[in-house]
Design a binder for this molecule. Structure first.
Ligand code: NDP
Length: 337
């Protein structure tokens, strides 16, 4: 049983040596348990937070502990009345080949309805995040301008497309021309801008002639700086993530802009609201699951995954995720399905 554990707490960007690969015996299920074989492991930005012992909304991973993470797994052995060998389940097995479960929290998946790995993306946590953050906090209305950061990623691509379904003028922001071409061709956005361009702020102003009504915040930093002066009165900002800061070891250089931010919130009477998806919206999962599955079935949502082979590639892929190297929802294929 290969397991990737946390070997050291990263200082700044994680490196390979912050992870350790260990082999242990495959565990045996007791009565009432199942042995799960990990087929797909989801890699997500929040895992950077779990590697740190800074105070957060969830407990950190301990040194030497297997890294946590959502998985799509198959039942390999069952001593549980509700599960049969071969069943597909959504689990939280972490970065390892096999895990034991007493069945609590496992969600059975039907592979005839959608590819099982979709439960880690469009039909799972990232899709749910996009759906609730945009619809409940962003409250997009037809004709409004919605700006979406990290727009080709797991969350952003769904925000952009749901925004179009709700009739918004959607301006996507992504890293590089390839991602922008993809967003224009497949996500149906009205414009896509490369945040690495020198004149990004000017391009954003040109793409938002009527200002910005909703900014779906996932990155912070330079993108937020460019968005701030363009926000309209009554603008809404669902604060979903701040990925440009996750590896930061100090405050950004330059003048303190907190006064400018608070002044804009006041003058524009803005709603800026953070949320942690399952803590705040767990009870609304059914409405998300119903709408999203229907949109997907109707061909209204385009979904892109980046599937990398082999568990031992997880650290590298994760390090890349925090630098924009992924293109689509990042998933590791750990075992055979
Ligand atoms: P993505 O699939 O979007 O991958 C991360 C993307 O972030 C990269 O591809 C890159 O896109 C962008 N990025 C990475 N580093 C930087 C940087 N330094 N500056 C600017 N952009 C950067 O990830 P997810 O869709 O899974 O997550 C998106 C955001 O949503 C994250 O902030 C995450 O923490 C947050 N989130 C929050 C949840 C909640 O409950 N609040 C739940 C799930 C996710 P590009 O190349 O286009 O810049």
């Amino acid at each position: 049983n290969r397991q990737l554990t946390l070997a050291a707490r990263p200082k700044g960007a994680p490196t390979q040596s912050d992870f350790a690969l260990q082999e242990t015996a495959i565990p045996t299920p007791s009565q009432g348990e199942v042995l799960l074989r990990t087929v797909f492991l989801s890699l997500d930005p929040y895992m950077r937070g779990r590697m740190s012992d800074a105070k957060s909304y969830a407990e950190p991973v301990s040194l030497g502990q297997t890294m946590v993470g959502g998985t799509v797994s198959r039942v390999h052995q069952s001593k549980h009345p509700d599960f049969n060998v071969g069943d597909w389940v959504l689990s939280y097995s972490g970065w390892q080949d096999y895990a034991l479960s007493n069945g609590e929290g496992l969600i059975k998946l039907d592979p005839t309805q959608a590819p099982p790995s979709y439960a880690l993306g469009v039909l799972g946590m990232p899709g749910f995040t996009a759906y609730m953050g945009l619809l409940d906090i962003g409250e997009p209305k037809p004709g409004e301008t919605l700006v979406v950061a990290a727009a080709t990623g797991a969350v952003g691509a769904m925000v952009a497309q749901i925004g179009k379904l709700k009739g918004c003028h959607v301006v996507a922001v992504a890293g590089g021309q390839d991602k922008c071409s993809y967003a224009l061709d497949n996500l149906g956005v009205d414009a896509c801008l490369d945040h690495k361009a020198d004149d990004f702020a000017e391009q954003l102003a040109n793409a938002c002639p009527n200002g910005i009504d909703v900014y779906f915040e996932s990155v912070g930093g330079k993108v937020l700086d460019a968005v701030l002066p363009l926000l309209n009165t009554g603008a809404r900002i669902p604060v979903c993530g701040l990925i440009s800061q996750y590896n930061a070891t100090s405050l950004p250089e330059g003048p303190d802009r907190l006064g400018q931010l608070m002044g804009t919130i006041l003058i524009k009477r803005m709603t800026v609201k953070g949320f942690i998806i399952f803590d705040d919206y767990g009870h609304r999962y059914p409405e998300f699951a119903k709408d999203m599955a229907q949109w997907l079935k109707d061909g209204k949502l385009h979904y892109r995954e980046q599937i990398e082979d082999e568990l031992d590639q997880a650290p590298n892929a994760f390090i890349g995720l925090l630098q924009g190297e992924n293109f689509g929802k990042l998933v590791i294929r750990v075992g055979e399905d």
